[in-house]
Each structure stands twice: as structure tokens, then as C-alpha cells.
Design a protein around this ligand. Structure first.
Ligand code: GN1
Ligand code: MG
Length: 367
């Protein structure tokens, strides 16, 4: 493996000698390695990723967005008057190939990209303190704010990615075919979804009516996609830019609530451990509004609590769909993994529903 990675690295504009590549990250889609290079006796790190072309059918489009977004933010940072060393780390920095491409395509047809490894920070799968939630939400809010004046509409790397009614249709389709004969295992989960089906088109309808507006959004704001500084605790840099594209800001806030408020992992099987911690929700709301409050309209703000429920529903539907479809989308590491994930999402939905009136009350206080 090391030899192969070393060969791939040789196509990128990296100075020095390859030392080692270590697999890292726990995303469900791409393969990620931390690289070490010896640059005249100093060891420097980079991140190398293989883009999953089963999921991203047009990787060149993904990388066009990636370059555009990171260049835009970098440009902004350079123009800021009150620039501090922290703000310089606010965006990933791509390493281009020797022929100035943002990706390398190997002889197997695999697409690779490389960026500078961000030192002295970590991401968290499960947040421990509300302050982490606050800082992470600020970072995602800042990301949307930084991209609010992007001159061009980005490519849609996965069309209709968070379109909830379409996700429901996709579920219904695999339910009908039941190719893997798994429908018999998911009766309660299917009922759960169908009871809530009428709420799934709420945001899409409001968008069609012009009450809420398309913006450039991240669309995969799992809390482990933001790096927190080891020393200052600040939210430094947003990762995983594959799905940065036109979307609703609610998709980002909702996914933060989905991934940042439960004390249990996304695939927890003991459902008594899965619930929304209200203090985490409050910290997310305050952190996000600290930045996004500058551009969201009133209708958009009102929908922030609902967005948490919606995203837990939508991702739960996607896990359930993948389970019925033979687990061909999300990486899995055990039997029924996608079903476990779906169940934990639906448990979180229930917990959010139970706390919805308190969430709305809090919103009125702080918006
Ligand atoms: C995938 O790659 P990763 O793990 O950050 C997925 C997200 C889901 C998430 C669920 C392109 O994200 O949409 O919310 O898994 N990304 C894609 O954990 O489908
Ligand atoms: Mg991702």
C-alpha cells in the first residue's frame, strides 16, 4: 500500500521525501490517509483522499467546487484587516498536481486529492461540552457567511441531495422491490417514517414559495467535519467539502443537531442512550446564529428547530433505504449496521419531537 500511495503522491506538488501514509478518518464515503513528508529534516503532514466515485459520479465537478470555495475563503482571509494566525487556518489548502490540476487520476481510474494537513486540532465524533458545540456551530455558520457572496452558483455534486420527498420516494422504491428480502425486518421503522411523511416537504414547499432562500451550504455538517483547536478550543476549519453546493441553510443546522446533540454514536444499538441533549442544542443555536444571524430571514430562523428533526428523518430514511438495498452506499462494518443507524436516527427524531416546544421557546428568546 505504501508504494502505491507514494507513487500517487509523486504526482502532487509536494516538496521532500515521502515517509509514510497512515489511513485515518472515519467517514462513510471516501478513503483518507495522513501523509508524512521529510522536508530537509522537518516532518510535514498532508491529507490524501481517494474520492468515492460510486457516490460522486463527477469527481472533476467536486474538485471544481472545492477549488472555488477554498480560493474564495482564502482570498477573504487575505483581505481581512484584523487577521490573526488562527484565521489563516480557516480553510483547507489544496495541493495541486504538477500539471496544476486539483486532483490526480490514477491508472485504475481512481481520483485522488491532496491538501495540507491542519496541525494541532481534532474533530470529535461525540461532543462532550456545550462550548464545543458552540464553537463548532460558529465555524459552520462562518463557512456559510464566507460563501454568502460567492459570485457563481456551484455545481450540484449530488443533485437533490437533501430533497426529503425524493428520499422518501427512493425508500418506497426499494420497499417495493425488496430485492434482499429485508422488508420483514423493518415494519416499525417503515411505520415511523410513514406517520411523518406529510412533514417531509415542508422546507421544499417554503423554498418554492420564496419564503426561504437557496444559499451555498456545506450539506454534510456532521460535527466531526469541523476541526477544534487543541489549545484554544476554537472551531478552526471546516472539512469534507464534497457536498458544498446550493442548498438550504437548514440542511446544515439540522445536521449539526442530528450529530452534535446525542451522547451516543450514530450507530448506537442501546436506544436508551440516544436522545437530544437540550444544552447542546442551545449551544449549537447560539453558535450558529452568532454568524448566520447576519443573513437569515425571520422565516428561516423559525425553522431551525424543525430542521434538526427533518435531517434526522432524512438521514434515517437514507440508512433504511440502503439497508433494504443491500448496503451498497454507506460503508458498513457489521451485519444490520445501516438498520441500527436508521433506528438510532428515529429515536433521536422522537426525542427532538418531545422537546420541540422548548426549542421554539429558546429560539424566541435568542433570535
Ligand atoms: C456520509 O462521508 P461522511 O461520513 O461525512 C454522507 C452524509 C451522511 C453521513 C451519515 C456524500 O457522510 O450525507 O449524513 O454519511 N455523505 C454523503 O453519517 O452521502
Ligand atoms: Mg462526507
Amino acid at each position: 500500500m505504501q508504494k502505491k500511495i507514494e507513487d500517487i503522491c509523486s504526482h502532487f506538488h509536494i516538496y521532500g521525501d515521502f515517509v509514510v501514509a497512515i489511513p485515518c478518518g472515519n467517514g462513510h464515503i471516501n478513503d483518507t490517509y495522513q501523509l508524512t513528508f521529510d522536508q530537509g529534516g522537518t516532518l510535514l503532514h498532508y491529507t490524501l483522499q481517494r474520492i468515492n466515485t460510486n457516490v460522486f459520479k463527477q469527481p472533476a465537478m467536486v474538485m471544481e467546487n472545492f477549488s472555488c470555495v477554498t480560493a474564495h475563503i482564502l482570498n477573504k482571509i487575505r483581505q481581512e484587516k484584523k487577521r490573526n494566525p488562527q484565521s489563516r487556518r480557516r480553510t483547507l489548502r489544496l495541493v495541486f498536481t504538477h500539471d496544476a490540476m486539483p486532483y490526480y487520476r490514477d491508472s485504475n481510474g481512481d481520483y485522488w486529492r491532496c491538501y495540507v494537513y491542519v496541525e494541532n486540532c481534532h474533530s470529535f465524533d461525540i461532543l462532550e461540552e456545550p462550548i464545543q458545540a458552540f464553537k463548532a456551530a460558529q465555524a459552520f455558520g462562518q463557512f456559510q457567511l464566507d460563501l454568502a457572496d460567492l459570485p457563481d452558483r456551484l455545481n450540484e455534486t449530488i443533485p437533490h441531495f437533501h430533497h426529503a420527498p425524493r428520499r422518501l420516494k427512493a425508500l418506497e422504491k426499494v420497499m417495493r422491490s425488496d430485492h434482499y428480502n429485508r422488508m420483514k425486518m423493518v415494519g416499525p421503522e417503515v411505520d415511523f417514517v410513514m406517520q411523518r411523511a406529510s412533514e417531509l416537504d415542508k422546507l421544499i414547499n417554503l423554498q418554492a414559495a420564496g419564503d426561504i432562500v437557496e444559499r451555498t451550504t456545506h450539506n454534510d455538517t456532521k460535527l466531526n467535519n469541523v476541526l477544534i483547536d487543541d489549545f484554544t478550543g476554537e472551531g478552526i476549519c471546516v472539512l469534507d467539502l464534497d457536498t458544498v453546493m446550493p442548498g438550504l441553510p437548514h440542511y446544515d443546522f439540522g445536521d449539526m443537531v442530528r450529530t452534535g446533540t446525542s451522547p451516543a454514536p450514530e450507530d448506537e444499538t442501546d436506544l436508551s442512550k440516544v436522545y437530544m441533549r437540550f444544552d447542546m442544542f442551545e449551544a449549537l443555536l447560539r453558535g450558529y446564529l452568532d454568524k448566520a444571524g447576519h443573513f437569515l430571514n425571520d422565516v428561516e430562523k423559525e425553522l431551525l428547530p424543525f430542521s434538526g428533526k427533518l435531517m434526522a428523518m432524512v438521514i434515517g430514511i437514507r440508512f433504511l433505504t440502503d439497508f433494504l438495498d443491500g448496503d451498497n452506499y454507506f460503508k458498513t462494518s457489521r451485519v444490520n449496521h445501516n438498520l441500527d443507524r436508521a433506528r438510532s436516527q428515529f429515536k433521536l427524531v422522537e426525542s427532538i419531537e418531545d422537546q420541540m416546544s422548548d426549542m421554539m421557546k429558546l429560539l424566541q428568546e435568542i433570535k
